[in-house]
Design a protein around this ligand. Sequence first.
Ligand code: AMP
Length: 190
Amino acid sequence: MATYMILMGAPGAGKGTQAKLLQEKLGIPQISTGDLFRENLKNNTELGQLARSFMDKGELVPDEVTVAMVKDRISRPDCKTGAIFDGFPRTVAQAGALDELLDDLKGQINIVPFINVKNDAVVQRLLKRAELEGRADDNEETIRTRLSVFREQTAPLLDHYRARNLLVEIDGEQSIEEVQADLLATIDNM
Ligand code: AMP
């Protein structure tokens, strides 16, 4: 059976790092909407140009645009056996759209690990990432916007998936290896 998983967590919680490790271990692809947008920015596509203004401000790219991009990505053959969604869905509307997209693939969300990290800790991590990676949207003002967007638009999804018995909380303030071990144990117990 295919395994479709959503990694939830605030910006800086470690979703990307963990999704990459899980992708290797489980042999199913990571789908990071942030990475897909950044790739489009780099290649200067129409989609990239559209996304840029939102990303630069730390705001969400409109749902229709984001969902269309994900639809295109998950229709590729490598997603038939599952996928690890990283940074998607980020709104209630995106969550509804994802259910429909998976219906078409005869799949469903199997598990939603939530990597929980306290607000102060994510700010520190994002500022450090800004120094190391120089990501354009890792400056203090944008970080503040991204965290408030998370609280207002994305955090309601935690209750949405909790109510569906899919949410599993993971302590994201442990080491990368410990978080990964917890994630794998959670998936084993699914
Ligand atoms: P991330 O790398 O996941 O932190 O995403 C970087 C930026 O890309 C976000 O601040 C948004 O502007 C945009 N983005 C990524 N994923 C989504 C999404 N699911 N919905 C809307 N915008 C997104």
